[in-house]
Design a protein around this ligand. Structure first.
Ligand SMILES: C[S@@+](CC[C@H](N)C(=O)[O-])C[C@H]1O[C@@H](n2cnc3c(N)ncnc32)[C@H](O)[C@@H]1O
Length: 347
């Protein structure tokens, strides 16, 4: 295949799982700003929800994450261990139990998930937990409380999730995609020269949990190792919000082409985590057909910023701002997930 990227994606669709830092809003921006001929594999060492992969639709990919639950879900969907029908049946039945027993049922499913895992339970918890986040304690147990919506799984909502799984099945069909639960070091050690590597690591100091321990040193090591790769690379990273600037970008990725835009980022329950953010895509293109910098009009940034210029900068107006520098150019695994028994004492 040639010339996979850049391309525009008119309708971005959301995959069945949500996670912190999900790039749904950035998929179009990413796909328009990377040049890659598509000859090798699209590689995501930090897959998360998979929204970038599922919308880019490369012929070949290596999709990895240390979050074994997400990877297992996609492996299950790929090998038919979890079908859209399984999802509809499970969520319909579990949703009815949730409507009857509320939080008690949610916590019973959560307990069972933490003991046995289960892709269907993951979908249930991800969609009924507080704020739809995915967080695990230091022992690796899912620990998000109930989202207080016993009537969550309406017929329409179950259909929506079922359709997302069906679309995931469609996306995988006939494509050479591999999902692996592994650390990014291992993934980078498997890179070949025609591949393109999209890096979306956790934010330093944010969303820290069992699967998202990410320190400044990790970010620096990743930058060093990524610079050694023989192929195209792009990194998603926040650049600044109204309070802070990310020094790491300038320190470790200044030699890549930078494209950026501003958006409103939903990352958690508190107001400070909902602020406006400038995101950067730092790119070493994977082919010579590097896309021209294109202006992307987005919401303007409020003028009361840390350092206010005399006239608004392109960034403040919400345009793509700069190229910093031009680069050279089973049922196998799935335990049968019976519906969680009613919690004791609940009839
Ligand atoms: C910012 S999220 C990726 C979001 C994803 N691009 C999306 O749009 O949904 C970062 C991901 O990195 C994974 N992760 C954290 N530490 C990792 C490591 N050492 N190796 C591989 N994956 C890791 C987390 O489990 C999480 O899913």
């Amino acid at each position: 295949m040639s010339g996979l990227l850049p391309k525009s994606i008119p309708h971005v669709w959301a995959p069945p799982v949500k996670c912190q830092g999900i790039k749904t809003k950035l998929v179009g921006f990413i796909s328009r700003n990377i040049a890659w001929d598509g000859a090798g594999r699209w590689v995501e060492p930090f897959l998360g929800s998979g929204v970038v992969l599922f919308n880019l639709l490369p012929e070949r990919c290596l999709a990895c994450d240390t979050n074994t639950h997400i990877i297992r879900l996609y492996q299950d969907v790929q090998n038919g261990a979890v079908t859209p029908r399984d999802v509809r049946d499970f969520l319909t039945a579990a949703g009815a139990e949730l409507a009857r027993h509320g939080a008690d049922y949610y916590y019973a499913v959560r307990r069972q998930f933490n003991e046995e895992g289960g892709s269907l339970r993951l979908l249930f918890l991800n969609r009924s937990c507080f704020n739809g986040v995915m967080r695990f304690n230091s022992k690796g147990d899912f620990n998000v409380p109930f989202g207080h919506k016993p009537a969550r799984f309406s017929k329409a909502y179950v259909t929506k999730i079922t359709n997302q799984v069906a679309k995931t099945v469609e996306a995988m069909k006939g494509r050479d995609w591999t999902f692996k639960a592994q650390d990014w070091h291992t993934t980078l050690s498997q890179i070949e020269k025609d591949d393109f590597v999209y890096l979306d690591p956790p934010y330093v100091g944010r969303h820290t949990d069992y699967y998202n321990r990410w320190a400044k040193e990790d970010a620096e090591t990743l930058a060093r190792e990524a610079h050694q790769l023989p192929c195209g690379v792009a990194l998603s990273m926040w650049k600044e919000n109204r309070y802070r600037e990310n020094d790491h970008l300038a320190a470790s990725w200044a030699d890549y082409a930078w494209r950026s835009f501003n958006h409103f980022y939903h990352v958690g329950p508190t107001e400070d985590l909902r602020s406006q953010m400038t995101e950067v895509l730092a790119i070493r293109h994977g082919s010579d057909a590097e896309p021209e910098a294109e202006p992307v009009l987005l919401k303007p940034v409020p003028t009361a910023r840390r350092r206010v210029a005399t006239s608004p900068s392109p960034a403040q107006l919400g345009f793509v701002l700069h190229d910093r520098a031009r680069s050279s150019r089973s049922r196998r695994n799935t335990r049968r997930q019976s519906l969680t028994p009613r919690p004791t004492g609940v009839s």
